[in-house]
Design a protein around this ligand. Structure first.
Ligand code: UD1
Ligand code: UDP
Length: 378
């Protein structure tokens, strides 16, 4: 039987647009026909539209308009919407990114319809099952047929859970490939444009100044008033000496208001587009963040990072001295770590931890080969 050579890709949250920007280009170059589904998990113009415009991502063929809600409600609406698309398009493969609710909904919908699943950014673990992302990743990895890992650690994590390249599962074979990190591809592709074009440093009066760039959005921090207060208290103390600029995720804006947490002294701005974000990262003296993507982007720009958590999935950055952990549960630690990092020289070595900026090419080649229609021999 002749299979349709099209694939369906599910995106929904800000970091997934960045990843899809480079992988979709690589799919087009490899001749893979892609149908993009936006779940609508992120919907503000500054959280969604700006990425499609700036990064030249093709308009999604479907926008499910799911919006915000509890985990169950949001994921259920996605599951049902994605299933309808899959039944209509009957793709040869479904591609998912990262660890959001959009990721797990895509994996479940496809697996139940026996459509092979390819997971980009597979194998990451925090070993903390209270994180929604950890549940999403574990489920997605165990339902995936193609696992594209960014790091050695990710491949090892999968092995520990019994997921190995070449392993038989049901009628198919599981493929685990270490391809590098697609976010490095994105930074290499767009940072030069960002640095040439972005006016954000002048607009904010930061040009030529030493400043800290901070982001906070993770549920473990925002949903716990004590941790959120500690993070903002630490950053406010730092801001008395060095400007601290923070593009504020809407989740965090809501929680600051809800818990009456002070942010004066910190330069709060609306979420910025990817180009402005790269310009800010590249010019900063230090990044302080609980974002997965931003931790790595700091490193890609040669900027040290303080991670506002007690652990990270990107452990190699800690091992090599580019990242230090500041657990917001420990009073005073955020302020101390940020101050220390600002006065410590950068590590002298910049190891190659995330591949050669062609992870998307490898992914596209593997997917193209996997879905290729076998020609009937006459
Ligand atoms: C989600 C992901 C997280 C990822 C992050 C990237 C899950 C469980 N979490 O977290 O892994 O790191 O995206 O940014 O999938 N909101 C708006 N406008 C928007 C989007 C969200 O106002 O466009 C507000 C709503 O109040 C919403 C809240 O932010 O309830 C949280 O949004 P949600 O998508 O549920 O989770 P994130 O915190 O964005
Ligand atoms: N980002 C952005 N504007 C912002 C904050 C982040 O463009 O105001 C980009 C950032 O450069 C990175 C991605 O969004 O590419 C990371 O997303 P986020 O921190 O929301 O999620 P995570 O990576 O933690 O899942």
């Amino acid at each position: 039987m002749r299979m349709s050579p099209c694939i369906v890709t599910v995106v929904g949250a800000r970091p997934q647009f960045v990843k899809a920007a480079v992988v979709s280009r690589a799919f087009a170059q490899a001749g893979v026909e892609e149908c993009l589904v936006h779940t609508g998990q992120h919907y503000d113009a500054a959280m969604s539209e700006i990425f499609f415009e700036e990064l030249g991502i093709e308009r999604p063929a479907y926008n499910l308009g799911v919006g915000s809600g509890s985990h169950g409600k949001q994921t259920a609406a996605m599951l049902s919407g994605i299933e309808a698309v899959l039944l209509e398009r009957r793709p040869s493969m479904l591609v998912i990114y990262g660890d959001t609710n959009s990721t797990v909904a895509g994996a479940l919908a496809a697996a139940k319809l026996h459509i092979p699943v390819a997971h980009v950014e597979a194998g990451l673990r925090s070993f903390l099952r209270t994180m929604p992302e950890e549940i999403n990743r574990v489920v997605a990895d165990h339902l995936s047929d193609w696992l594209f890992c960014p790091t050695d650690a990710a491949v090892q994590n999968l092995k520990v859970e019994g997921i190995m390249d070449g392993m038989r599962r049901g009628p198919g074979t599981v493929h685990v490939l270490q391809v590098g990190d697609v976010m490095l591809d994105a930074t290499r592709t767009f940072a030069p444009i960002a640095i040439a074009k972005s006016g954000v440093l002048r607009e904010l009066g930061l040009f030529g100044k030493r400043f800290v760039l901070a982001t906070v959005h993770r549920a473990e921090n925002t949903d716990d008033p004590a941790r959120l207060r500690e993070i903002f208290g630490g950053l406010r103390a730092v801001a008395s000496g060095v400007p601290v600029v923070m593009p504020l995720h809407p989740r965090t804006r809501g929680k600051l208001a809800e818990h009456g947490i002070a942010s004066d002294g910190i330069r709060l701005i609306d979420p910025v587009g990817y180009l402005d974000m790269n310009a800010l990262e590249a010019a900063s003296a230090l990044v302080a963040t609980d974002s997965g993507g931003v931790q790595k982007e700091a490193f890609f720009h040669g900027v040290p990072c303080v991670t506002l958590r007690d652990r990270t999935e990107w452990i190699e950055l800690v091992t090599h001295g580019w990242n230090r952990l500041a657990d917001p549960a420990i009073p005073g630690l955020v302020e101390r770590c940020v101050r220390e990092a600002l006065t410590t020289p950068k590590p002298s070595s910049v190891p190659s931890l995330y591949g050669d900026a062609d992870a998307s090419g490898r992914i596209a080649q593997a997917v193209a080969a996997a879905i290729r229609v076998p020609e009937r021999v006459a």
